[in-house]
Ligand binder design. Sequence first.
Ligand code: ADP
Ligand code: TRP
Length: 338
Amino acid sequence: MRDQVVLTGIKPTGMLHLGNWVGAIRPTIELSHKPNMKTYFFIPDYHALTNFKSPDKLCEYTYGAVATCIALGLDPSQVVFYRQSDVPEVFELNWILACFSPKGLMDRAHAYKMKSNPNSDVNMGLYTYPILMAADILLMHSNWVPVGNDQQQHLEIARDLARRFNQQYRTDVFTLPEALISLAGVVIPGLDGRKMSKSYHNTIPIFAPPEHLRKLVFHIATNSSGIHDQKDIETSTIFQLYQLFSTPKQMEDLKRQYQNGIVWKDAKEALFSLLDDQLRGPRAYYETLMDNPQKLERILQEGASQAREVASKTLERVRYTLGINQKRKTHGNGSSRP
Ligand code: ADP
Ligand code: TRP
């Protein structure tokens, strides 16, 4: 049986946070343990450039993202890690796909539409962001792409571009990818109750040192209900975060305490202890990995060479399909269809 391909990427624009863990990393770890799965985890550093321009930080956050995923359970002997910028084939495919992308499709993409002033806040990298993302996905023949809810539209665009190309050339060169949206599309809330996101500066970094983690948890916005009033679990960010990491029994216990009128300070303490207990071991491993950037670089370089092997074969088929370089091939060594 042919392996199924799982692929995901996280931009190196900050320390990875609980939203990244639940939305993308945790489902990727689960899939990577299944039989007949080939898993790729890559760092889309050129995607980051659309809104992040700090050279020193880019390098630090790239290693941070890789170390975070390994410490949480993505095993580099099973999973291929690479940087987008180390796989130049993706940029050739990006151009090819751009030539199949109607402008209207980009006009409807929300990453660019979310900017308050599309004329001044949007560069062409951001505007064409979904095309580069489609190239990342299609180049590796991805079947499954674990992502948070906010990336669903990008996955639909990737699928749409793959389908158009395959239909136009009557080929199966591209695999149609599926988004794997965890927890039925839950968006993990941040400190202020909006989506947890590096761009909103409202994140809880997975491997924040314990004192900082505690401080952040105590910054989570709560409502002004009276000290011993019954508390509503539906609108409580603390409860929503707690249930993502607790056992069903722990969750039921906290739910009962909410009904009995838990004091916000105690709810925050419960969340902090839950997170700190789970993260203590992985945090120590993360710190060891971060002290060894040479090892992280080696993992990325080995991954890039594996990814390029697949990527160059895909691109060869795509070029052949388009008629690019076909002539030279048939006149040169007489080789036929790749
Ligand atoms: P950020 O918004 O912090 O920049 P990214 O865009 O780099 O995060 O997201 C990387 C992955 O993590 C994506 O699959 C994204 O959907 C997921 N993700 C990010 N934030 C959340 C969240 N708050 N809830 C669920 N998934 C999330
Ligand atoms: N757009 C994704 C994000 O902001 C990052 C990304 C780039 C990605 N290319 C990808 C995710 C390919 C999955 C697959 O989170």
